[in-house]
Design a protein around this ligand. Structure first.
Ligand SMILES: [Zn+2]
Length: 165
């Protein structure tokens, strides 16, 4: 075994060892220097969220396309984080991307934070609620004008508040 092969082999073993040590449970949310105004333990989140909300918001699961009623929500109003009720998207920025997930070309100002997500062998931009850290979805660069962004959001990560009047 030459040195290069040895390094590759060793690296692979480390990855396997780390995965084994974690017990193959839910992937931990990526370590981040971010702090959030609203903090709860895993058990507390599990108690207040539905199973689907919990898996998405707290463990970055992705709902099946076309599974959320919010995908076809067309009324004027505000989409709120299902974890902490922070308004995160406006109906003004919603459009039909055809993907089966609620899609927006921008978030409400200061409502959503992003970080690099290199899971599933892809490099993507993850986005989450800036107040509770709940995972919302991903942001892609193939959206419409004026931003060119596509915020691809899990409908189960949000609730909808129709505009009054
Ligand atoms: Zn939130």
């Amino acid at each position: 075994m030459n040195r290069r092969n040895f390094l590759i082999y060793g690296g692979t073993l480390s990855v396997i060892a780390i995965a084994a040590a974690k017990g193959f449970s839910w992937p931990a949310q990526a370590a981040s220097a971010e702090t959030f105004e609203i903090k709860k333990t895993d058990a507390e989140w599990r108690a207040i969220l539905t199973d689907e909300q919990y898996r998405i918001l707290r463990h970055e699961d992705t709902e099946r396309p076309f599974s959320s009623a919010l995908n076809t929500e067309k009324r004027k109003g505000t989409f709120q984080c299902a974890g902490c009720a922070l308004p995160v998207y406006s109906s003004e920025a919603k459009y039909d991307s055809g993907t089966g997930w609620p899609s927006f070309w921008q978030s409400l100002p200061g409502a959503v934070a992003t970080r690099e997500d290199n899971s599933l062998f892809m490099s993507r931009t993850e986005c989450h609620c800036r107040r509770c850290g709940g995972h919302l979805g991903h942001v892609f660069d193939d959206g419409p004008a004026p931003t060119g962004k596509r915020h691809c959001i899990n409908g189960f990560a949000m609730t909808f508040a129709p505009a009054s009047a």
